[in-house]
Ligand binder design. Structure first.
Ligand code: NAP
Length: 271
């Protein structure tokens, strides 16, 4: 469904002479970052979105990186910026990804966009968090008044997702590594969302029957990608569960493309 929406939007932009374009920024030579960039690039090119690359040496200074990001931000050819992580140690320490101008922040990582979620305002939502909402909406799983448990409170997934759920009138409980008796919370959830990064942290005894489980985690075990939930044992007990791979990760890429197209609308059409 999302892919069709994306293709239609790209087609109509192109007919207006607008060519949606993403700029991928990479610092250093992380193979993980490169693999992620290639998967994004592959999908974007398939749906007709151009992708450009800017690679910088690991030794780039904070000041120079800021200047470079400003130049990309001012360049009207680029509608959105994707800063690959990890950056160099210094840039990570100084949170240099915050240099991305909020109107091109299609990952929803800047404090301005995160702040707008707190205020309940329209903005670029963090892609993985929004992917969870898209999935639940697609399957007509109501959120209003529902008891949702989110395990994980990172700034990139758990926290913004919890806010998006609250903005949709869900009753949200957030669990983390210091939560005592995790089972007490997971067992009583109507919707359980897990974003931890630990394989099988959620086992069969920790879920109730008739609940919906969304597994955001991605882990490598014996060379295979698995989620945070013991999928094989849990799937027979619950009403619905997302697989890993092939679940939230797939939707996240589509949400990133949708955000890029939202940036095109904002920066080209409404200027
Ligand atoms: P993160 O920054 O490492 O955060 C992990 C969270 O899990 C933290 O809040 C941590 O609690 C909590 N946690 C750790 N151990 C726990 C435990 N034993 N019980 C309860 N909570 C525990 O990770 P992230 O960036 O949010 O990512 C989480 C997972 O999602 C990873 O597997 C990542 O690969 C995956 N992910 C997938 C996508 C996708 O598109 N599918 C996108 C992003 C991330 P504290 O805050 O107390 O430390």
């Amino acid at each position: 469904k999302l892919e069709n929406i994306i293709k239609e939007k790209v087609k109509s932009f192109r007919s207006l002479g607008i060519f949606p374009t993403l700029c991928v920024v990479k610092v250093g030579d992380s193979s993980e970052a490169e693999a992620y960039a290639r998967s994004i690039e592959k999908f974007f090119l398939k749906v007709g979105i151009n992708v450009d690359r800017k690679n910088f040496d690991k030794s780039i200074s904070l000041k120079k990186f800021n200047e470079e990001i400003n130049l990309i931000g001012e360049d009207r050819r680029f509608h959105g910026i994707l800063v690959l992580r990890p950056l160099s140690e210094e840039l990570e320490k100084k949170k240099a990804f915050q240099f991305v101008p909020p109107n091109k922040d299609i990952e929803g990582i800047t404090y301005e966009n995160l702040g707008k979620i707190v205020a309940g305002e329209e903005c670029f939502y963090p892609c993985t968090s929004q992917a969870v909402i898209e999935l639940l909406d697609f399957y007509n799983i109501p959120l209003e008044g529902r008891e949702v448990v989110v395990v994980g409170r990172s700034i990139s997934v758990g926290k913004p997702l919890s806010l998006l759920l609250i903005n949709r009138n869900a009753t949200v409980t957030i669990c983390h590594s210091k939560t005592r008796d995790l089972l007490k919370y997971t067992k009583n959830a109507e919707i359980l969302i897990v974003a931890v990064g630990k394989p099988s942290i959620i086992t069969q005894d920790m879920v109730g029957e008739n609940i919906v489980v969304v597994d955001v985690g991605t882990n490598i075990v014996d060379g295979k990608i698995v989620g945070d939930v013991d999928f094989e044992r849990v799937k027979g007990k619950v009403k619905a569960i997302t697989p890993v791979p092939g679940g939230i990760g797939v939707i996240t890429t589509r949400v990133l493309a949708l955000n890029l197209l939202k940036a095109v609308e904002r920066n080209e059409i409404r200027v």
